[in-house]
Design a binder for this molecule. Structure first.
Ligand code: GDP
Length: 470
């Protein structure tokens, strides 16, 4: 009952005691008592369907095959600092077929579209994985394809590895853009080799990752890159139904002095229209006006398109889910309920993924343990990987979602949060600021000197026999 009305069980139990009914946390209650309780909460039990709508991001769409049309792929550019992400985004933006109307003054709204061979591609305009991971941590699955930029004169660097981990964890397709091909000393084969060592084998070498050589600065190879994106997108068969109310995610949001809260919404299904009522994150609104990436006022936005909207009651967060509903009352009620829930969540301790509670995971299927391994030397990572593969506990699986040499970083915490992973460190430090972030995000970090101690703990956790740490 508590779950259904999104109130803490302790609160419900208190109310029940007040009604002279003794109950424990794991007990269900009968209809009569449910009605009494509903009165206490000023809820109408008939309204339960509406309560469900408050979890609108979990609604699973079912569209008939004949209603589906293909939608543009959504692409994010990642890679090491200074390898040319921003330059590449700018060059691609300028390669667009500019619509002649309105002068086509491009405007930064967090995403833009280009057209190639009559088909559109949507680029997320914030390079790097910080934004990407923040959004994913909030459950947003925005990106279809990650362009991994690697400078041909520099090769694979730490953030290249991080970007690969993020891209893999999000199950996006990866295309490698080997950039700075114009620089003397550019060595694309070395990049290919380094990435092959990390499990990204190029198509020319018999793998399935497209590699495209470009110079973002000199505008070389860009057409080829765009065409490769379209080939990859085609294989993914990205489809959406434009004839339904829009759903999507927030890419950016801010408070504008003149216009109030402003948000860029990436529509992932349906068509968004001016005057639509919507719920977004823990707030709501009515679309008063929409602006596209060219600064044009538009009346409709289709799947795969990003638009800046005004008419929100509050500023949502990047990655927040968005959905259009019939009327104002519905979206207001949903937002109210979601605000309460956010409040409850803040005041009840956050769900933490840790070794200790691994075994208590509520799961009927195989329990899954995600790990991020950090070590002082690469050898330890390989040794750990080798031994962990030998642990075999029925009903439990281990997945290593990331590895790296060096101290635990903020980036590791964000990846752990987004993938519900535990961080295991060997002979590495954890800076105080990183520890602080881990605490805030509810991420467990365990550090060990010796590999087999970690293996023992993990095996024990999988079997549900871990001694608690004090
Ligand atoms: P970001 O940190 O990954 O966004 O990298 P930037 O796009 O800011 O690029 C870093 C530096 O590399 C800038 O000075 C760019 O002008 C330069 N750069 C980017 N792409 C190329 C390229 O294809 N060739 C050359 N020679 N320089 C480039």
């Amino acid at each position: 009952f508590a779950d259904q009305i999104n109130k803490p069980a302790s609160d419900v139990i208190k109310k029940l005691m007040f009604l002279k009914i003794m109950a424990t946390k794991n007990q269900s209650i009968d209809r009569e008592n449910a009605e009494l309780l509903a009165m206490e909460y000023n809820l109408d039990l008939q309204d339960e369907v509406v309560t469900d709508l408050t979890r609108f991001e979990e609604i699973i769409e079912t569209d008939k095959e004949e209603d589906l049309v293909s939608r543009p792929p959504v692409v994010t550019i990642m890679g090491h600092v200074d390898h040319g992400k921003t330059t590449l985004l700018d060059t691609i933006r300028h390669s667009r077929v500019v619509s002649t109307e309105a002068g086509g003054i491009t405007q930064h709204i967090g995403a833009y579209q280009v057209e190639k061979n009559g088909k559109k591609i949507t680029f997320i305009d914030t390079p790097g994985h910080a934004a990407f991971t923040e959004m994913r941590a909030r459950g947003a699955r925005i990106t279809d394809i990650v362009i991994l930029v690697v400078a041909a004169d520099d090769g694979v660097m730490p953030q290249t590895r991080e970007a690969i981990d993020h891209a893999k964890a999000s199950q996006c397709e990866i295309i490698v853009a080997v950039n700075k091909m114009d620089v003397p000393g550019a060595n694309p084969d070395r990049v290919k080799q380094q990435l092959a060592d990390l499990g990204l084998l190029s198509e020319e070498w018999g793998g399935d990752i497209p590699f495209v050589e470009v110079s973002a600065l000199k505008n070389q190879g860009i057409d080829n890159l765009l065409e490769t994106i379209q080939v990859v997108a085609e294989l993914k068969e990205l489809k959406a139904n434009p004839n339904r109310q829009a759903t999507g995610s927030v890419i950016e949001a801010r408070l504008d002095k003149g216009r109030g809260p402003v948000a860029t919404i990436l529509v992932d299904n349906g068509t968004l229209r001016v005057q639509d009522y919507f719920a977004v994150g823990a707030t709501y609104g009515k679309v008063r006006a929409m602006t596209n990436d060219l600064g044009d006022q538009i009346k409709e936005a289709e799947p795969g398109q990003a638009v800046e909207i005004i008419g929100l009651n509050d500023v949502p967060l990047a990655g927040d889910p968005f959905r259009v509903f019939e009327d104002e009352k519905t979206v207001r009620d949903i937002a109210d309920e979601r605000q309460n829930r956010a409040f409850d969540k803040q005041h009840n301790s956050k769900e933490v993924m840790s070794l200790e509670d691994f075994f208590n995971q509520a799961s009927d299927d195989t329990k899954k343990m995600n790990l991020i391994i950090k070590a002082d030397v690469q050898g330890s990572i390989e040794a750990f990987r080798g031994s962990i593969g030998k642990i075999d506990v029925e009903g439990a699986d281990i997945d290593i979602v990331g590895t790296g040499v060096g101290a635990v970083t903020d980036g590791d915490i964000l990846l752990a949060e987004a993938s519900s992973a535990i961080i295991i460190g060997f002979g590495v430090g954890v800076p105080a600021s990183v520890r602080e972030l881990a605490k805030e995000k509810g991420v467990e970090i365990r550090t060990y000197r010796i590999i087999y101690e970690a293996l023992d703990d993990i095996e024990a956790a999988m079997k549900g026999m871990l001694d608690p740490v004090f």
